[in-house]
Design a protein around this ligand. Structure first.
Ligand code: ADP
Ligand code: ADP
Length: 224
């Protein structure tokens, strides 16, 4: 499903213009939102994820008015925020199972299939009974993706997921993301050019709340 953002603006109470009249079309597939720290990426991601209000503008996911029909959007959405909390004392299996219940997967056998499947997909099945507090940064991010994939969302938003990962973890994480991006819309925000170059067929660059350029990654990446 394509996402159409029109004239989106957001100014914080302290006067910082985080988003300055952004108009952007995000097609299905993997989309990279590239920009330095402070560019407005997290603000945009939170608005798209229905967790924050904008001042003006519109956002449509297919025919769905994202700013107006928040419940419907949330049912279609998987969101991995930049700094998501994990409960250190519970195991990966327990927490994912718990989120699956919250997502409405009430049937035990079916839930087990889904949770096991996601743990396998994110390469965490072997460590499913370890407490989350023992996880490395890469394992945490992969767990976050498993969580975001619950309910088979059509739109996935991941905010700066590779910040702080070492090169080996980054490669693993790239492989995981490229597997999930096939039949969905996945928006990846990052300040790392290679995240976008390796993974995203389309991209945009924002800085100081403004859209600088958008288009096919292949055509833009040589200029960066
Ligand atoms: P990022 O790493 O994406 O730049 P920030 O460090 O800007 O994130 O923001 C981290 C958190 O602090 C966010 O929840 C953001 O809303 C909040 N925040 C950032 N800047 C300010 C600010 N100037 N005043 C109040 N809250 C802020
Ligand atoms: P990015 O994710 O690209 O780092 P953010 O969306 O976090 O950018 O921040 C954009 C700008 O808005 C930054 O200057 C940041 O300090 C500011 N900002 C973010 N959250 C808040 C907030 N809650 N209150 C005030 N300023 C904020």
């Amino acid at each position: 499903m394509e996402l159409r953002i029109r004239n989106l603006s957001k100014t914080y109470a302290n006067g910082v213009v985080a988003l300055d009249n952004i108009t952007l079309m995000i097609p299905a597939g993997m989309f990279g939102l590239l920009g330095p720290n402070g560019a407005g990426k997290s603000t945009l991601m939170r608005i798209l994820a229905t967790l924050q209000e904008c001042d003006t503008g519109s956002v449509f996911l297919g025919d769905l008015d994202v700013l107006d029909e928040k419940d419907a959007v949330r049912r279609l959405l998987g969101y991995l925020p930049q700094d998501f909390g994990l409960y250190p004392k519970v195991t990966a299996y327990e927490l994912l199972d718990h989120f699956a219940v919250l997502k409405g997967l009430s049937h035990r056998t079916r839930r087990r299939e889904v949770v096991d499947g996601l743990l396998q997909q994110t390469n965490l099945f072997d460590v499913r009974n370890q407490k989350l507090g023992t996880f490395s940064g890469g394992m945490r991010q992969r767990f976050g993706i498993a969580q975001a994939l619950l309910g088979d969302p059509k739109l996935i938003i991941v905010d700066e997921p590779t910040a702080g990962l070492d090169p080996q973890e980054r490669v693993r994480f790239h492989n995981l993301l490229s597997d999930i991006g096939d039949d969905r819309t996945v928006i990846l925000s990052t300040h790392i050019v290679s995240d976008v170059a390796d993974l995203c067929s389309n991209m945009a660059i924002i800085n100081k709340g403004q859209l600088l350029v958008t288009g096919a990654t292949q055509e833009l990446i040589d200029d960066i």
